[in-house]
Design a protein around this ligand. Structure first.
Ligand code: PLP
Length: 402
């Protein structure tokens, strides 16, 4: 068995990019000066501080450019979870304070960050409508339209799902909200969790028609502990963090300058060559999928392979407990995930697969393969060589009916 300490991106076939991704060289290079001599606090009025502030300003302009936004609409946060919390709570509180209402629409397939914020809002007296999805993991626009009512203040619908990769029709959702705005006394604000999108989908806030959008830097080759919140100008918002006046009074606290510089450099690099990256990774993903379906009896794809990010493949293996297979593959130097990595410590059948109507016996044997830019044809061939034997071993160990 490989000792955990020796595992690196070079020694492991890493197929868990939806959990986190290796730092891009561009991000590392952008960060280094601020981990070193350029350590100033951006609030400092002397040159060390001004240098740091200039780096934050440049990063903000870069991120804005990548998203089709204005620099003043970009806030830096500590990651996807904070961005989602700030967007949903900040907008919901502000709208309720303005007397606009207290009804929120969200979906059953959000990442726990969105799911649990909605539950928290419910505990605070908000009314929450949770939309279901079809067997491919997509919500229905008609159902969304029917959920709207006079007191609706916020809709939060993720862009790309982290477990099965399904992409939601966000532009169509915002189209429905524009129609609805004609009949209502106030705008319904739209937030999207776009954490799984960069490097795999184009992101343009105008085309999506969103008021708020959340990103997490480590999902696209930036550092951990660094995120982005796009907040459209004039969006009603109550800050989550109170303190200094950083981030245009919307997110107090000394800026993580290195993390911000790294996030911006990574987002810019992820945006470049998108079409080519999509094609290459989709071809590898399809090769992996077809090879598994051909070589491993009792395997089935979960989710959609059309309206989805190109790097995600979620497959159930009958009679397998996914944690057992993850361990056996790890022993062969292959890193994959059972469902969502973020929920691994408290294992239960994935809420996403349950919402899609996947039977429990299949959901417990689901594995997520998420490819990255450095994944090669050789990696896929090796996984296809190893997998049939390890699935058989996992079946023997799992003692579930096949
Ligand atoms: C879709 C989605 N949203 C939000 C998050 C939370 O991001 P972070 O853990 O970086 O805060 C994740 C992380 O897996 C995710 O996949």
């Amino acid at each position: 068995m490989r000792p955990a300490a020796a595992a690196t991106i070079e020694s492991v076939i890493y197929l868990d990019h939806a959990a986190t991704s290796p730092l891009r060289p561009e991000a590392r290079e952008a960060m280094l000066p601020f981990l070193d001599g350029h350590f100033g606090n951006p609030s400092g009025l002397y040159s060390l501080g001004r240098q740091a502030q200039a780096a934050v300003d440049t990063a903000r302009a870069t991120v804005a450019e990548c998203l089709g936004a204005r620099p003043t609409e970009v806030l830096f946060t500590s990651g996807g979870t904070e961005s989602i919390n700030a967007a949903m709570l900040g907008i919901a509180y502000a709208m309720r304070r303005a007397g606009a209402g207290n009804h929120i629409i969200t979906t059953a397939i959000e990442h726990h960050a969105g799911l649990h914020v909605a539950q928290h809002l419910e505990e605070l007296g908000f009314e929450v409508t949770q939309l279901g999805c079809d067997g491919s993991g997509r919500i229905s626009i008609e159902e969304f339209r029917r959920a709207l009512r006079p007191g609706t203040v916020l809709a939060s619908v993720m862009l790309a799902n982290n477990e099965v990769g399904t992409v939601q029709p966000i532009a169509a959702v915002s189209g429905v909200l524009r129609e609805f705005a004609g009949q209502a006394s106030h705008r319904v604000l739209l937030h999207t969790d776009a954490v799984q999108a960069p490097a795999w989908l184009p992101i343009d806030v105008e085309e999506l028609g969103v008021d708020a959008l959340s990103l997490s830097s480590h999902k696209f080759g930036g550092p951990k502990g660094s995120g982005v919140l796009y907040l459209r100008r004039s969006t009603p918002f109550m800050p989550l963090l109170h303190g200094g006046g950083q981030e245009m009074q919307k997110r107090a606290g000394t800026e993580n300058v290195a993390g911000i510089a790294g996030a911006a450099a990574a987002l810019e690099a992820s945006t470049r060559g998108l079409g080519e990256r999509q094609r290459t990774v989709r071809e590898l993903r399809d090769r992996l999928r077809d090879g598994i379906l051909e070589r491993v009896p009792g395997s089935q794809v979960n989710g959609c392979q059309v309206n989805c990010v190109p790097n995600n493949l979620n497959i159930s293996f009958d009679g397998v407990e996914s944690d057992v297979l993850v361990r056996l593959l790890d022993e062969r130097g292959i890193a994959v995930s059972s469902g969502s990595a973020c929920s691994n410590s408290t294992w239960e059948p994935s809420h996403v697969l349950m919402a899609m109507g996947v039977p429990i016996r299949r959901a417990v044997g689901s594995i997520r393969f998420s490819l990255g830019e450095e994944t090669t044809g050789g990696d896929i061939a090796q996984v296809l060589d190893v997998l049939p034997g390890e699935v058989a071993a996992a079946r023997a160990e799992s003692a579930l009916p096949v």
